[in-house]
Design a protein around this ligand. Structure first.
Ligand code: NAD
Length: 477
C-alpha cells in the first residue's frame, strides 16, 4: 500500500481511510492509497515549517548541489517511474518517459538558479545611508496538481520553490499519486533532506492546504472553477496564489502556411496525452484555400494514432483518464453533431474486446460546427478537434479571441506581418509561430483572462517563489 511522505516518514492517513487507484486502460486496481485530510495536512505543514528554518539558511550553492545530485538520482529511475505513471494515468509509455525525464530536468534547471539570482544595491539621497533590495524565500508553499501531467506540473511548482529555499506541501491529484510519490522518494534517496517536500494524498487535502495558516503561497494547476474557489479561499488569509487554469487555445492556419509543419503541430497539439493537455490546439481556424489539403493531412495523421493500453509498444494514444472525463468529451461531440457538425474523422469509441474495460475514445476531427456549440464555448479536454473555415486573418483573430480563456495560441503563416499581428493581438499567455506547442523551461508560461495568472518556468517562476525586502543601512557616511 502507498503511503504519504511527511518529514521523511511514510505515513497512512490519520483517519486510517484509504481509496483505490485504478488503471484507466484495464480498470484494474494499481494500488491502495491513504485518503488524507486536514490532520495530515497540518502535520505536513508543521514539518515543512520546521524544515524551512534549516533549508532556507543553507548556502545557496549547497542547495544547488543537493538538488542536482537528487535530480541525477531520480533521472536514473525514469523507466520505473514511467511505468507507474502509465498504469495510473493511462498515457503511453513513450509519453510517460518524456514526462518523468522532464521532472528531473526541471529540478536541475531551477537548481542552477539557486545561487544566481541577486538583489540590488540602491543609492539613496542621503549619502550617509544606502539601500538594498534582498530576495528571501516565502516559507511553506502549497502545490496542488491535476492528473493530466502529474509529474511535469508538480515539478513546475516544487523545483522553483525549493531552489529558492522554500519548503513544500505537495498534493497530487487523487487519481495520480503514485508516480509523484516515486519521484519524491527518488529525490530523497538522492539526498534531498527530509521535510523539504512533503506529500499528502486524498481529495480533502486540497482545501486543507489552502486553509492552513502556515502555508504562505498556493500554486494550483487545475480547472477554472477550481481556481476561482481556491483564490476566494486564499483571499481570506491574503495568501499569494499562482493559478494555471483551463484553456481553449486557438490555432490559425493561413493559405501561405507550411501545411506539413502545421499538420504535425496540430496533431501533436491535439492528440498528445489523449488530448488532455492545457496547452493544446483546441480550436482550429483554417483559411479557405488550404482547408481541404490540411484536413487530408490531419486525417492521415489521426489514422495512425492507434488507441490502446499505454504499456503496449504499438499503442500511439492511451485511454482517457476517467469515465467522467470521457463522458464529458463525448457529450461535447454529440452536442456539435446534434447542431449539424460533420465528423471528418472518428467521433466514437474504438471497437474490440481490448477496449471494453478502459476509457478509450477515437481521435476525432469535426467540421462545420455552428456558433454556440459547446466545443467552441467550453474547454475540450480530450482528443477531439473542432475546425472552422475562415476567410482571412481578421476573422481568425476575432474568433480566436472569442473565448473567456487565454492560455496558449498559435499561427501558421509564411508572412511575417501576419505573424506579427497574431502575436500582438491574440489574447493568450503564449503564441507559437510556425512551431510545435511545447512549453519551454526558458520561457515564462502562464495564462491571461480566465486561464489564470502567475508564471511557471523561466527565471520569472523562480522570482515568484521569493519576496523582495527593502533594507536601509544608515551611519555609513
Ligand atoms: P481540478 O481543478 O478538478 O483539480 C486540480 C487539483 O485541484 C486536484 O489536485 C484537485 O484535488 C484539487 N482541488 C479541487 N478542488 C479544490 C479546492 N476547492 N481546493 C483546493 N484544491 C482543490 O482539475 P483536473 O480535472 O484535475 O485537471 C484538468 C484541468 O486542469 C483542466 O481545466 C486543464 O485545462 C487544467 N490544466 C491547466 C494547466 C495550466 O498550466 N494552465 C495545466 C494542466 C491542466
Amino acid at each position: 500500500m502507498a503511503t504519504m511522505i511527511i518529514e521523511g516518514e511514510r505515513t497512512s492517513a490519520a483517519s486510517g481511510k484509504t481509496y483505490e487507484v485504478r488503471n484507466p486502460a484495464t480498470g484494474e486496481v494499481v494500488d491502495q492509497v491513504p485518503a488524507g485530510g486536514p490532520a495530515d495536512v497540518d502535520k505536513a505543514a508543521q514539518a515543512a515549517h520546521k524544515t524551512f528554518a534549516t533549508w532556507s539558511k543553507l548556502p545557496a550553492n549547497q542547495r544547488r548541489e543537493i538538488l542536482h545530485k537528487a535530480a541525477q538520482h531520480m533521472l536514473g529511475k525514469v523507466e520505473e517511474i514511467a511505468t507507474i505513471l502509465t498504469k495510473e494515468q493511462g498515457k503511453t509509455i513513450l509519453e510517460s518517459r518524456l514526462e518523468a525525464r522532464r521532472f528531473g530536468e526541471n529540478i536541475a534547471w531551477f537548481a542552477d538558479l539557486a545561487d544566481k539570482i541577486h538583489g540590488q544595491h540602491v543609492r539613496l539621497p542621503d549619502t550617509t545611508t544606502y539601500g538594498l533590495v534582498v530576495r528571501k524565500p516565502i516559507g511553506v508553499c502549497g502545490a496542488i496538481v491535476p492528473w493530466n501531467f502529474p509529474l511535469t506540473l508538480a515539478a513546475n511548482k516544487v523545483a522553483p520553490a525549493i531552489a529558492a529555499g522554500n519548503t513544500v506541501v505537495l498534493k497530487p491529484a487523487s487519481t495520480t499519486p503514485l508516480s509523484t510519490l516515486a519521484c519524491i522518494e527518488a529525490l530523497m534517496e538522492g539526498g534531498l533532506p527530509e521535510g523539504v517536500v512533503n506529500v499528502v494524498l486524498g481529495q480533502a487535502t486540497g482545501e486543507a492546504i489552502v486553509e492552513h495558516p502556515l502555508i504562505r503561497k498556493i500554486a494550483l494547476t487545475g480547472s477554472t472553477p477550481t481556481g476561482k474557489r481556491v483564490m476566494a479561499k486564499a483571499a481570506e488569509q491574503l495568501k499569494k496564489v499562482t493559478l494555471e487554469l483551463g484553456g481553449s487555445d486557438p490555432c490559425i492556419v493561413l493559405d501561405d502556411a507550411d501545411l506539413e509543419g502545421a499538420a504535425r503541430a496540430i496533431s501533436v497539439g491535439r492528440f498528445f496525452n489523449c488530448g488532455q493537455q492545457c496547452l493544446s490546439t483546441k480550436r482550429l481556424y483554417v483559411q479557405e484555400g488550404v482547408y481541404d489539403a490540411l484536413m487530408e493531412k490531419l486525417i492521415a495523421r489521426a489514422s495512425k494514432l492507434k488507441p490502446g493500453n499505454g504499456l503496449d509498444k504499438d499503442t500511439r494514444m492511451g485511454p482517457m483518464h476517467s469515465e467522467t472525463q470521457r463522458a464529458e468529451v463525448e457529450a461535447q461531440i454529440k452536442d456539435a453533431i446534434d447542431r449539424g457538425a460533420k465528423a471528418i474523422y472518428g467521433g466514437g469509441r474504438p471497437k474490440g474486446a481490448e477496449y471494453e474495460k478502459g476509457w478509450f475514445i477515437e481521435p476525432t476531427i469535426l467540421g462545420d460546427i455552428p456558433d454556440g456549440a459547446r466545443m467552441w464555448t467550453e474547454e475540450v479536454f480530450g482528443p477531439a478537434l473542432p475546425v472552422r473555415k475562415i476567410k482571412d486573418l481578421d476573422e481568425g483573430i476575432r474568433l480566436g479571441n472569442d473565448t473567456p480563456f487565454g492560455l496558449g495560441s498559435s499561427i501558421w503563416t509564411s508572412n511575417m506581418a501576419s505573424a506579427y499581428r497574431a502575436v500582438q493581438e491574440l489574447e493568450a499567455g503564449y503564441t507559437w509561430v510556425n512551431a510545435l506547442v511545447i512549453a519551454h523551461d526558458e520561457l515564462p508560461f502562464g495564462g491571461t483572462k480566465q486561464s489564470g495568472f502567475g508564471k511557471e518556468h523561466g527565471v520569472e517562476a523562480f522570482l515568484q517563489y521569493t519576496e523582495e525586502k527593502s533594507v536601509v543601512y544608515g551611519g555609513v557616511g
